[in-house]
Ligand binder design. Structure first.
Ligand code: GDP
Ligand code: MG
Length: 483
């Protein structure tokens, strides 16, 4: 073994980890992140030598009755070393305490440290850290608190996390679906692409979404009232395309974390009079890390100061995207969301990319859907807009969605029509949730109401465990102020 953990070295030297870390920083200019960090054997030896030297020197000094101040050291250095000298192993032992990762709340930590929770709160307050009783702590925080009481905190991580995952209903369900995809490859069927338009603020996302919708949906039905449900579906050349209306960057990360990605294609919109801007880059990065194909729409080409060439140059220099007509492979379409120019070409390209991507689903059976929007309606209660990913969602289906559950009482599409069945890639507003579902959570249809309730409760328990009680999770500013 050529490496040793800081706390082990500290123990050997009769210091606590914090002192050792300070010592390393000051004397050897080594900065160490945590007491779990490792250092080289060589360094350990150097530290030992240095400390021994210091101890010897100090003895000499004492013999000669010279005040330590006269040593050519900075006051801080002396302080650290005096401490080392004055507090040898026996007097200040480092304790080790084990805690499981699920357990890290302030009350439990206090018990482990054999301290009063309130004393910790007071002590930390003096250091400028505000803590609440029973507060959930992250590992670093728990470690820091423990360290200030000279206790090394050991986390029982692997076993606990493994168990946690095994029990996690949502993880099990996500895996089950992945398995179906693996096993029934031959039964997979194409479904319409789900498209998200992303880009810098004011570059024209809303205008483009409205334009596409107005040109391809509203006039189809006589007196049809379009409903804003967070997504809509159009038909272009007999091909369906679903557009998501309210995308957030977090949607990419969150949905992926839950085992489903709602977006199949990203249209990255860049205003030709403004070029590549910070949020353009951000949006691009999200799409890229989600591995979603990107079509660039250069917007506002009707404007006199539009500069398509410059915008393309910036695509290359800032995003490393080379437009097709420049010999690259990024489909780039100049459009005007205002006049409608180029939009048909954009839709054609979306369909083309969708075909190349082979966007597939499990076409039948129980549905799985993604919640893209949710709210409470005064008259209708909790509402969630979902996009069906697999299977067929039907009225009467029992489902869970995170810790919420319910039975589909009604489904309303983006044209305000009631549906009995919703096939993959259809956006529908669902009535029948017991509570407002979390946006970006996955809805799974299950066998019965009992099963739904049981699963949802299991998930809820887990969530509450994680956040230590529902009351705290929903604590508002007023609640805190009253304390
Ligand atoms: P968003 O923030 O990306 O949703 O941008 P908006 O759609 O709200 O558009 C911002 C502004 O740009 C609005 O005043 C739009 O009218 C205008 N705009 C959007 N697209 C175009 C376009 O193609 N041409 C022109 N001239 N103006 C546009
Ligand atoms: Mg907008």
């Amino acid at each position: 073994m050529s490496k040793t953990r800081i706390y082990e070295v500290a123990k050997e030297l009769g210091m606590n980890s914090k002192e050792l870390m300070e010592f390393l920083e000051k004397e050897l200019n080594i900065s160490v992140k945590s007491h779990m960090s490792t250092i080289e054997e060589e360094t350990v030896q150097a530290i030992k030598d240095l400390i021994e030297e210091e101890r010897q020197a100090k003895k000499e000094v004492k013999k000669q009755k010279e005040p330590p101040k006269e040593k050519k050291k900075t006051p801080e250095k002396i302080k650290v070393k005096e401490k080392l000298e004055e507090e040898p192993v026996e007097e200040k032992p480092v304790r080790e305490v084990t805690i499981t990762t699920q357990e890290i709340t302030l009350d439990i930590l206090a018990k482990r440290l054999e301290l009063e929770q309130n004393d910790i709160i007071k002590d930390m307050f003096m250091k400028g850290i505000v803590l609440r009783p029973g507060q959930k702590l992250d590992k670093t925080m728990a470690e820091d608190i423990s360290m200030s009481y000279n206790v090394i905190l050991n986390f029982e991580i692997e076993k606990e996390e493994a168990e946690e995952k095994e029990e996690d209903v949502e993880v099990i369900l996500a895996k089950k679906w992945n398995d179906i995809y693996e096993k029934e490859k031959d039964k997979l069927a194409p479904r319409p692409p789900v498209v998200t338009i992303m880009g810098h603020v004011d570059h024209g996302k809303t205008t483009l979404l409205d334009k596409i919708r107005n040109t391809h949906v509203a006039d189809k039905e006589e007196g049809g009232i379009t409903q804003s449900i967070g997504a809509y579906q159009i038909e272009y050349n007999d091909q369906k395309i679903t557009f998501i209306d309210t995308p957030g960057h977090e949607a990419f990360t969150e949905m992926r974390a839950r085992g489903a990605q709602v977006t199949d294609i990203v249209v990255l919109i860049i205003a030709a009079d403004d070029g590549v801007m910070p949020q353009t880059i951000e949006a691009y990065n999200h799409a890229k890390s989600a591995n979603v194909p990107i079509i660039v729409a250069i917007n506002k080409i009707d404007k006199p100061n539009a500069n398509i060439e410059l915008t393309k140059q910036q695509m290359v220099s800032k995003l490393n995207l080379i437009p097709e007509d420049w010999g690259g492979n990024t489909i780039t379409i100049p459009i005007s969301a205002k006049t409608g120019k180029g939009i048909d070409e954009l839709l054609e390209m979306i369909i083309l990319v969708a075909e190349m991507q082979e966007i597939r689903c499990i076409p039948e059976g129980k549905a799985r859907a993604v919640i893209i929007e949710s709210r409470v309606d005064k008259a209708m209660g909790p509402l969630g807009t979902v996009i069906v990913k697999d299977g067929i969602l039907k009225v009467g289906d029992d489902f869970i969605s995170g810790s919420t559950y319910g039975r589909v009482r009604r489904m309303i599409n983006d044209r305000g029509e009631s549906l009995k069945r919703a096939v993959p890639s259809t956006p529908v507003q669902v009535l029948g949730f017991n509570d407002v579902p979390n946006t970006h959570s996955i809805m799974y249809v299950v066998d019965s109401k009992e099963e739904a309730r049981a699963l949802a409760e299991k998930i809820k328990e887990k969530e509450e465990e994680k956040s230590k009680g529902p009351a705290k999770r929903h604590m508002r500013l007023e609640d805190i102020m009253q304390k």
